[in-house]
Design a protein. Sequence first.
Length: 165
Amino acid sequence: MKIVSIEDVESTPDADAHTDRRALAEPLNTSEVAITRYVLKPGERFSGSVHAHMDQEEVFLVLEGVATFETRERTVTVGENEAIRFAPGEFQSGENGGDETVVAFALGAPRDSEDVRIDRIPVLDDRNVACPDCGHDNMRIPRGDESGSGLVCPHPECEGTLAVE
């Protein structure tokens, strides 16, 4: 058993998305699930991109406020004491589009995701990230064993890359 005070966990802000993100998997020493607490001010996002974890399902639990999630098909709101699940491979991006603070937890299983695809980047003026070489409609974040920067095409016959600035 391990108990952790969330306020004692260092926040890892992303200037383009959020100011209070606290990853709890490491301090709790979880091996099978990622747990992250977000406190989003109005206009802040869970992440800067519309993305999908091809190898991980995600669940968002909203404790306070209302979060808005955009998928490829539609936009859905998740209110206080509600939860939403995204299956592996389902593109989504969540934000606080309201006037009140959102407090939410994101849970991902398995804990580590090694195949994250990016569809669009709202924090970069909704930039489209199709492969410049083959036109594939999304790009993959490089894995730890891959060199270089930017995004890589997930299509097996393509070696396309895309710089993201």
